[in-house]
Design a protein around this ligand. Structure first.
Ligand SMILES: C[S@@+](CC[C@H](N)C(=O)[O-])C[C@H]1O[C@@H](n2cnc3c(N)ncnc32)[C@H](O)[C@@H]1O
Length: 195
């Protein structure tokens, strides 16, 4: 469990609706991709306040997070059939091959050990299961300087501003789709399949 990160999000949860407002267009693109997939069992790791779960239409949804405050907000705005649990995505308590889909929305650059997060995602995904990663990715153009300049502030907010697509340790997955979200290729939705 990443105590520093959970403590941070426990305090930050009241301000998160501002972040939500900014992320809403991205969440709609994510939900559209999720809704195109056949009905299945979906796990969102680092679900946060779960304000976007209402856009996932047909799946059986489970959301986990290490922040009890973010989850408390998620419980208020979601119906009881959405399963919400306090759990570390780097150490899931689920048995292997339970889920058809795993969503990581703005979590991979927050998690302390992205490699462990993906190992666990791989373990609990069914064969051929899909992993959807929505995140910012440091590009090769001028915007990389913004990420470099923001590094110190970003660490205060418990995320890595410098995070390149090549940094994702996705050896056990194959990339099947890449959707640019917004301008300049800074945000992307990457869809992988379990090998
Ligand atoms: C930037 S927020 C993203 C929330 C939501 N997914 C979204 O897109 O709005 C990151 C979330 O990941 C959670 N988190 C960070 N590390 C985690 C871990 N190892 N396991 C589960 N949740 C984690 C934080 O508590 C926080 O709620």
């Amino acid at each position: 469990m990443q105590k520093g990160t959970s403590n941070f999000y426990n305090k930050f949860s009241v301000c998160y609706p501002l972040v939500d407002f900014f992320l809403l267009p991205q969440k709609r693109i994510l939900a559209a991709a999720v809704n195109e997939m056949p009905i299945g069992n979906l796990l969102e790791v680092g679900v946060g306040n779960g304000s976007h779960l209402k856009y996932y239409r047909q799946h059986q949804v489970t959301g986990i997070d290490i922040s009890s405050s973010m989850l408390a907000t998620a419980r208020k705005s979601n119906p009881p059939q959405v399963r919400l649990e306090e759990m570390d995505g780097e150490n899931l308590t689920y048995a292997a091959e339970q889920f058809d889909y795993i969503v990581l929305s703005h979590v991979i650059a927050v998690a302390k050990h992205p490699d462990k997060l993906l190992q666990e995602a791989h373990r609990v995904l069914k064969p051929q299961g899909k992993l959807l990663i929505l995140n910012h990715f440091t590009p090769d153009h001028w915007m990389k300087y913004i990420d470099h300049a923001a590094q110190a502030i970003a660490s205060l907010f418990h995320f890595r501003s410098i995070f390149r697509q090549e940094d994702i340790p996705t050896g056990d997955f194959s990339l099947i789709k890449e959707i640019k979200v917004g301008k300049l290729g800074y945000f992307k939705l990457l869809i992988f399949q379990k090998i």
